[in-house]
Design a protein around this ligand. Structure first.
Ligand code: SAH
Ligand code: SF4
Length: 339
């Protein structure tokens, strides 16, 4: 197998389990060469579950009238940053639904407060905001942005994200890169209507974007959505996606996602062994964490944040790796600067 350029046919075969032994060994070798045994930890603060969008797969969609909505006050968010700092977590991911309640200035204020008080990198994951906002937040100190394309299949994308256009989403991802963010994107694996062929095309398209971060988790049906009755994505296919992405994007930061771990913590370990080098525990306060129900069971695995983070560190060690206390800047970026 040619590691540099897997053909679409080879990717499709690998996705179907044609050569798991080779795939996982190769991905793990590549990861080891670049990251050693380090696994980066990113703390996620889910600060609002309000969303103006209506994605068919997501429990936060605006049409879900059963969900109690919340917004964290800036003080609560700062407490999460304090928790991150005390746990030596050096990246705070501020995530939410697409919630325009938080203005450009308010988000900027948050970024500045976190950065002025702690030695922490801020990642934003708050949807498709306006270009002037994205630029402003970068200028005030946000360094990373996560915006998953979800699927590059145009028809499927437009069915599952009503009123939205795939080209706009990809355009935003490219704009984030242009601004200088360490940019992350990814897909959901196992969406209804997705095929092995479309996943292999997604892998190629994601890899062509030269992303600093690539996040792919399995689809988990949420009963209060139009896709509630469909089967979940397959965790084994998901870790094959992770491994293929590692091979095609050696120095990208790739998480073993929380969605994967909802099939059992052994799947998070499997993700790490298949080439993932990042974990993203939730630091969302206990009083609201269950309401951030993108999919059922999200954030249900712990009662206490400290226990959750300790549990994740234990899991990293059990998988044979070391929880890193570094900021985990993109090695892809460093490689490009040095070349
Ligand atoms: N609103 C922002 C960020 C929060 S959603 C955005 O959409 O970009 C974060 C991620 O949750 C989405 O990118 C999507 O990939 C994932 N997600 C949503 N519903 C899901 C589901 N049912 N199963 C698995 N992942 C899901
Ligand atoms: Fe909103 Fe993001 Fe969920 Fe879509 S995936 S409904 S944009 S929170």
């Amino acid at each position: 197998m040619n590691v540099q350029k897997l053909s679409q046919k080879e990717i499709t075969d690998l996705l179907q389990g044609k050569d798991d032994k080779w795939l996982f060994e190769e991905a793990s070798k590549i990861k080891g060469n670049i990251f050693g045994k380090d696994v980066y930890i990113r703390g996620v603060v889910e600060f609002s579950n309000f969303c103006k969008e209506d994605c068919f797969y997501c429990g936060l969609r605006r049409s879900n009238g059963c969900l109690v909505r919340y917004r964290l006050a800036p003080l609560d968010i700062m407490r999460c940053a304090e928790v991150a700092d005390s746990l030596k977590i050096k990246t705070l991911v501020l995530q939410s639904g697409e919630d325009y309640f938080y203005s450009k200035e308010q988000i900027a204020g948050l970024i500045q407060r976190v950065k002025s008080r702690y030695d922490i990198v801020v990642t934003l994951s708050i949807g498709e905001r306006r270009n002037d906002e994205l630029k402003f937040w970068f200028d005030v100190g946000a360094e990373r942005y996560l915006l998953k394309v979800e699927t590059f299949d145009e028809k499927l994308y437009e069915q599952l994200r009503p009123g939205k256009r795939l080209s706009d989403r990809i355009g935003k991802v490219m704009y984030l890169k242009e601004l200088g963010y360490e940019t992350g994107s990814g897909i959901i694996v196992g969406l209804p209507g997705q095929t092995v062929d479309s996943i292999s095309r997604d892998i190629i398209k994601l890899s062509e974007l030269n992303l600093e971060m690539i996040a792919c988790g399995p689809f988990i049906p949420h009963p209060e959505t139009p896709l509630g009755g469909y089967p979940p994505g397959d965790p084994l296919t998901t870790i094959r996606v992770v491994a293929i992405l590692r091979i095609l994007n050696p120095s990208a930061n790739i998480p073993s996602t929380s969605a994967l771990s909802s099939f059992g913590e052994e799947w998070r370990r499997a993700g790490l062994k298949a080439g993932a080098n990042v974990v993203m525990p939730s630091l969302t306060p206990e009083k609201v964490k269950d309401l951030y129900s993108i999919y059922p069971g999200k954030n249900s695995g712990y009662d206490e944040i400290f226990d959750a983070v300790e549990g994740i560190k234990r899991l990293i060690r059990e998988a044979g790796f070391i929880p890193s206390e570094s900021k985990g800047y993109s090695k892809r970026r460093l490689d490009e600067k040095c070349s």
